[in-house]
Design a protein around this ligand. Sequence first.
Ligand SMILES: [Zn+2]
Ligand SMILES: [Zn+2]
Length: 175
Amino acid sequence: MSYDKNIRQCPRDVFSEYLAKHHKRRTPERFAILDSAMSTPDHFTIESFHDKLESEGFHVSLATIYSTLELLVDCGLVRRHRFGSDSARYERTAGSANHHHLVCSRCGKVKEVRDASLSEAISAIRYPGFAASYFSLNIYGLCRACQKRERKAGQTSRKVNKNNQTLSTIRNRKK
Ligand SMILES: [Zn+2]
Ligand SMILES: [Zn+2]
């Protein structure tokens, strides 16, 4: 398993220390979930993560996945996002230097974008009395596929309207 080189400490050690400190058991399931989360570069939901674990041969309940991910969020190895009204998405902290999310408000697809100048500008801001650790900027709109679908739907409805107009003209003429 290859961990991000930028992380100073091995995630397994971080998690192990965290569990010991909080008097929680160091179960093989928890570490399997950690390993799998650390090797997932994109955002994932609990359901998609469950499918991934199943395909890797780990049978862990959704409840265990949820509670373990919450522990990983608490110890800083994983981030939880809420994009619009969708269910929570998670992503590993390692290797995901400050980036922005382009979120499709129709299909929920999330694309990551990096903009160094914007990141620097935000990082330079100091908020009195607040110790910022990271930021996440979400930009909402329509993805390419949904824009295409929208254009197609627009064309069809225009065609239908045109046909209806033609029909009513014919009907009016008959009167
Ligand atoms: Zn979309
Ligand atoms: Zn992200």
